[in-house]
Write a protein that binds this ligand. Structure first.
Ligand SMILES: *[C@@H]1O[C@H](CO)[C@@H](O)[C@H](O)[C@H]1NC(C)=O
Ligand SMILES: [Cu+2]
Length: 316
């Protein structure tokens, strides 16, 4: 299926350096506090982490794998911790240095846990919604710049802002990159337990929720993709797999990028929800810029628009 050169490179990568050729999210920085991830190659005894345990740096090679949710096995650890995160603030996710695969998307999900802890939540039956996605940033599928390449350039890290709109509570956060340098695609997901405080009141809609496995199909054009084929040489778009992105700024006023007149906002369960599109300025913690952003770029007083990464600026 893939070219000889790439299959040789893959074969070599499995031997040279062993585990170093793959990996996953190994640490988090939340508001300046450092959280070590689970160490798959250390004894589980005595490990304490906000991250759920995983067993190997090897990639997951199937969209229907039972470990697609939170890797293998992705159940709570022996001394499972939970990190507090303020809605609207950032989580920096660190992959192992230097992340080896520069072609593919970076995607981040949340799953709300019922009750006061995620400890007993089964990652495979959890309902996930996508809070961030970045795929092909520029150029062609064959030679372009991918989110994974940007992640590597940013010290093998990716900063994700927890939407200010998500309700407070306990969540699993699932951080993923998909490596597309060989076929089948390689999934690298890891999960951590967090408690979101100071949240909003926008729950994901039914069409924004998926399970893993289930959320991806092996035949999706963003999964079943050949970077070395003819089409890749001219293709400048990449379809990121998974559900529709969660609306950070409330219910959609329009699904098109064209700013149509925001006359009425669909009724929400709580009448007190401020209509986000009724004003040309973004609220505190609201998005005010980023690649592909078609919403307001000004902030409500006294907040100013601060760039957090190329895809997200927010009012702080
Ligand atoms: C780069 O990431 C490592 C963790 O992998 C971290 O220890 C280091 O401080 C980071 N460097 C910078 C300049 O942020
Ligand atoms: Cu690898």
């Amino acid at each position: 299926m893939y070219k000889l050169a790439s299959s040789l490179a893959l074969a070599a990568s499995l031997y040279v350096g062993g585990v170093a050729a793959h990996g996953g999210v190994v640490a988090y920085d939340i508001g300046g506090t450092w959280y070590d991830g689970w160490r798959p190659y250390n004894s589980p005894t005595g490990q304490t982490s906000i991250q759920r345990p995983w067993a190997t740096f090897d990639p997951i090679l199937s969209a229907s794998s039972s470990s697609l949710a939170c890797n293998n096995d992705g159940n709570k650890g022996p001394n499972q911790l939970t990190a507090k995160v303020k809605a609207g603030s950032a989580i920096k996710q660190y992959w192992n240095q230097v992340w080896p695969h520069d072609t593919g998307p970076v995607i981040v999900y949340l799953s709300k846990c019922p009750g006061s802890s995620c400890d007993n939540v089964n990652a495979q039956t959890a309902q996930w919604f996508k809070i961030e996605e970045a795929g092909l940033l520029s150029g062609t599928v064959a030679k372009g710049v991918w989110a994974a390449g940007k992640m590597i350039a940013d010290n093998s890290s990716w900063t994700t802002v927890i939407p200010a709109s998500v309700p407070s509570g306990h969540y699993l956060i699932r951080s993923e990159t998909i490596a597309l340098h060989s076929m089948p695609a390689q999934f690298y997901p890891e999960c951590a337990q967090i408690e979101i405080t100071d949240g909003g009141n926008v729950s994901p809609s039914a069409d924004q929720l998926v399970t893993f496995p289930g959320g991806y199909s092996q035949s999706h054009p963003g999964v079943n993709i050949d970077l070395y084929g003819e089409a890749a040489k001219t293709q400048t778009t990449y379809a990121i797999p998974g559900p529709r992105l969660y609306d950070r700024n409330g219910p959609p006023s329009s699904t098109t990028a064209a700013p149509t007149a925001p006359t009425s906002v669909p009724t929400t369960p709580t009448a007190t929800t401020p209509a986000p599109s009724a004003t040309a300025v973004a609220p505190q913690y609201g998005q005010c810029g980023g690649t592909g952003w078609a919403g307001p770029t000004a902030c409500a007083a006294p907040y100013t628009c601060k760039k957090l990464n190329d895809f997200y600026s927010q009012c702080v």
